[in-house]
Design a protein around this ligand. Sequence first.
Ligand code: N01
Length: 530
Amino acid sequence: MSEREYDVVVVGAGFAGMYLLHRLRGLGFKTRVVEAGSDVGGTWYWNRYPGARVDIESMQYSYQFDEDLQQEWQWSERYSPQPELLKYAGHVADRFDLRRDIQFDTRIGSARYDEATSRWTLEAENGDRFVARFFVMATGCLSKPNWPQIEGLGSFAGPTYHTALWPHEKVDFTGQRVAVIGTGSSGIQSIPVIAEQAAELFVFQRTPNYAIPAHNQPLDPVYEKKVKSRYAEFRTEAKQTPPGIHGRFRVGNAMDATPKQRQAEYERRWDAGGLSFMGSYGDLMFNQDSNDTVADFVRGKIREIVKDPDVAEKLCPKNIIGGKRLCIDTSYYATYNQEHVHLIDVKERPIEAITPTSVRAHGRDYEIDVLVIATGFDAMTGALTAVDIRGKDDANLRERWADGPSSYLGLAMTDFPNLFTVTGPGSPSVFTNMLPTIEQHVDWIVDCLAYMKDRNYTAIEAEPDAEKAWWDHHQEVSKIGLKTTTDSWYLGANVEGKARVFMPYYGGFPTYCQKCEEVAAGGYEGFAFG
Ligand code: N01
């Protein structure tokens, strides 16, 4: 047990916490990063399941704050696999000598603000205490695992693995009977790889998902050279697109094209692979008829790939495409053509129970040796409310957000002075390329702290009117288009009992950045300093 005092304490040593530490150090802030895991990497430290890889192209899913770093680092594949991303995080930690200011294996349980001293005291589960003027939650949007509420889940006698808490040692499925529960991105990435080893694979699907081929391949050295020859411009161009991703986004309407033109465009995008598939036309997420055309196209592909028509039908999503996060796959649908892979639809009749030896569904016991839980995360707010955060007058963040979160720009909350969140609810976060978004947030926070330092301010707090205005705007924007018509983790709909409030900002990265810049240029408009 120890108690130490810092200028800034950062919770989380993923990409956000690492960059925060680097920047804060540069400005002379005495900083401590506290991390629950045993090393850096965040998402890529925990999500080690087979097949895990990023769905943004490697040349874009990387830091850009240091030109030498981005020039020297070489990715091996179009979409980096998890081990390479973890290696990259480790490389950055070594290169900037970050680990000496990170305390690993320490999970923060509570944080209390003392108005008299304008300081936070954070207490870890092991009893260690950290006192600091400023406190930043850099805990990620998808980091608190969501466990399904299924009777008997804890009674299974064999190994149970959650995709978001995967063991560090290799898991060998050879000759095993395996059940996977959940068919989101984690399930869709891991199922084909598990199927390669398993003797029998039972996939329990509640809602089918749309998956677009990744067409992953070794990184083309010509492309790499081209990007690196103008990396800064390439990054600037990316930031001007709504998701902050360099890609081919069209502005035309799908319904203005002929069926033949649409088919050709969707085929071209399908062959190219990746998330830019939904950039085929500008109105796909705003017009139901347009969305139907692209959803029908993907359903057609599923029927083409999957040989058994009944299985194909079960795999065809009925909801709009893009309502949930689009999945990027490698051989996902084709996996169901293998005789030892079985799809069990548990939409109408949910899984009844887990027993010591089986998953029970539709009155039958599916006997298994290994259980894989791929049921995702308590997204956006889960990692924030997991810590008992008490602000001014003992304001309790968990209670404050019981009916849904609210924030000013996804960066700060009224009554929680000197607390910042990186990619919090109300910021574009998961609708963008997370790494540049993290860098934008970190730069904004650090610039703000430098501004305060110059003026000897000791406290900053979001003003209630500014928070309300931003949150109202954010909610208004989320209603434009089709996104909110689907139950998704964006809305908190995947966690039983969680308030349904749309959390990521849907107004686009450029609009958001402009607002942040205006706020800063206006002397941090909407914030009160003490
Ligand atoms: O989680 P999910 P995920 N019985 O919430 C099902 C990012 N990510 O870990 O849809 C049966 O998407 C649930 O069913 P339903 C990415 O942003 C990125 O897969 O609620 N099933 C759903 O099918 C992604 O969106 C990558 O009806 C149950 C699944 O579990 C986000 O993380 C890779 C159930 C959960 O899907 C989350 O993805 C991985 C139950 N009781 C993740 N409860 C990349 O590619 C839940 N489900 C970079």
